[in-house]
Design a binder for this molecule. Structure first.
Ligand code: CDP
Length: 245
């Protein structure tokens, strides 16, 4: 499928675990373009700041660090997904643990960090068509995007999805030591996941800068009772008048 426009930007925003990234990935395959999960960038910054014990209140240190950090997102065809590199190291798995997940929501409140991420995100769309998902993509990063979607789902459904995703990843992660695998399994409880999701939704929605919000011109899709295939198809159905087969 090809979108009639030469170059296009599609934004997908929504709360944690609403299916944004998986939908973006499937859409990108259908539309033959790249997808960027902007959350992975905030997660990579969170990992760097944590690993290097950078004080979030020290603006000068943050400023320096932000230009030391090199974030690259590369498509891995064998897995049909993106890998994220932080200063040359693949951190795709590391950025998904619950400590970094929650910390990413804290560091994402900082203006200086957001400004740098937005700059990088806009650069990615300069020369190519793109589908980007996140919290502020349709409102702040690409207010003039060609198509904007906002995905939502009930908290119970989102917690269930994150639980299954974590269990799945934990079981298939062969590169990690037995110790870390056991540690991760212990931490997977539906109750904790739900609590963390609620906390993150609150933190992301109530922050001063670029809070999680639906753009006025976005199309809202409730994915609670939809499979990933169904929600992707729903978006494709909406795009079909703009698409040539
Ligand atoms: O995958 P999930 O929906 O759980 O989260 P994510 O998209 O990987 O984002 C992780 C965190 O980064 C979010 O909780 C936000 O605090 C932050 N984020 C943001 O502030 N702005 C974005 N455009 C994307 C993520």
């Amino acid at each position: 499928m090809k979108i009639k426009r030469k170059k296009f930007v599609i934004t997908i925003d929504g709360p944690a675990s609403s299916g944004k990234s998986t939908t973006a990935k499937m859409l990108a395959k259908k539309l033959n373009c790249i997808y960027i999960d902007s959350g992975s960038m905030y997660r990579a910054v969170a990992l760097y700041l944590k690993d290097n014990s950078i004080d979030l209140e020290n603006e000068n240190a943050l400023k320096e660090v932000l230009y030391e950090i090199n974030i690259e997102i590369l498509y891995k065809p064998e897995k049909n997904e993106n890998a994220i590199f932080l200063n040359g190291k693949d951190v795709s798995t590391k950025i998904r643990n619950s400590e970094i997940t929650n910390y990413s929501s804290i560091i994402a409140k900082k203006k200086i960090i957001r400004e740098r991420m937005v700059e990088l995100q806009r650069k990615m769309a300069e020369t190519q068509s793109i589908i980007m998902d996140g919290r502020d993509i349709g409102t702040v990063v690409f207010p003039d995007a060609d198509f904007k979607f906002f995905l939502k789902a009930s908290i119970d459904e989102r917690a269930k999805r994150r639980f299954l995703e974590m269990k799945d990843k934990s079981a298939s992660s062969e590169t990690e030591s037995r110790f870390s695998r056991v540690w991760r399994m212990d931490n997977i409880s539906l109750g904790k996941i739900k609590k963390d999701l609620k906390w993150r939704d609150r933190t992301d929605s109530n922050r001063e800068i670029s809070p999680l919000k639906m753009a006025n011109d976005a199309i809202e899709i409730d994915t609670t009772n939809l499979t990933i295939e169904e929600q992707t198809q729903k978006i494709l159905d909406i795009l079909k008048y703009e698409i040539t087969l």
